[in-house]
Design a protein around this ligand. Structure first.
Ligand code: HEC
Length: 154
């Protein structure tokens, strides 16, 4: 029955259009960038929050899982800078401070340091030596704090 296919396609198209309407007006480029960076931070934080109790002895240390979590963070950090394009400040939708775009070199430097610390943690995590992992993990969370203190609203 060849006539069924176009009807199905039309049905899907209608469903897609309805979904688009249900989500309201299309988002601006700035809002899309904000969504993007929020998503990346959420995945980073997910992994950091899995690693933290292992480092603190509040959850059993799982060498392989930890190494994977650290590798995921190291892979994600380089995806962050593109989430802060010029003009992607939208009042009420972001906790990013406008200072990011006024002091971009300083922000980029903190990002670079963040990338270096996340790679360093991923490297030591492969070895499974908690005595080395702990300081590397603390360095990483210090890098979060250094940037949040300066460039993120509380
Ligand atoms: C170089 C700067 C920088 C570093 C380093 C950094 N952040 Fe952030 N982070 C920000 C900024 C700016 C925002 C606000 C983004 C926004 O609201 O648009 C943010 C937002 C967040 C958010 C909230 C996302 C949301 O949906 O509101 C989480 C969670 C987060 N960061 C976790 C972390 C963690 C965990 C680390 C370290 C492992 C880290 N960040 C390192 C700058 C940084």
């Amino acid at each position: 029955m060849p006539s069924i296919r176009p009807a199905l396609v039309a049905g899907f198209a209608l469903a897609a259009a309805t979904a688009a309407v249900a989500h309201g007006a299309p988002k601006s480029k700035a809002e899309q960038a904000i969504d993007y960076r929020h998503s990346v931070y959420h995945v980073i934080a997910w992994n950091v929050h899995l690693m933290q109790p292992q480092v603190e002895g509040k959850a059993p240390y799982d060498k392989d899982a930890f190494a994977t979590q650290a590798a995921h963070v190291a892979a994600l950090v380089p995806m962050l800078p593109e989430g802060f394009p010029e003009g992607s400040f939208v009042k009420g939708k972001t906790e990013a401070k406008p200072a990011i775009w006024e002091k971009r070199a300083e922000f980029d430097e903190l990002m670079k340091r963040f990338a270096a610390k996340s790679s360093a943690l991923a490297d030591v995590a492969k070895g499974g030596d908690l005595a080395k992992i702990k300081p590397a993990f603390n360095d990483l969370t210090q890098a979060c704090k250094a940037c949040h203190d300066k460039f993120k609203e509380d």
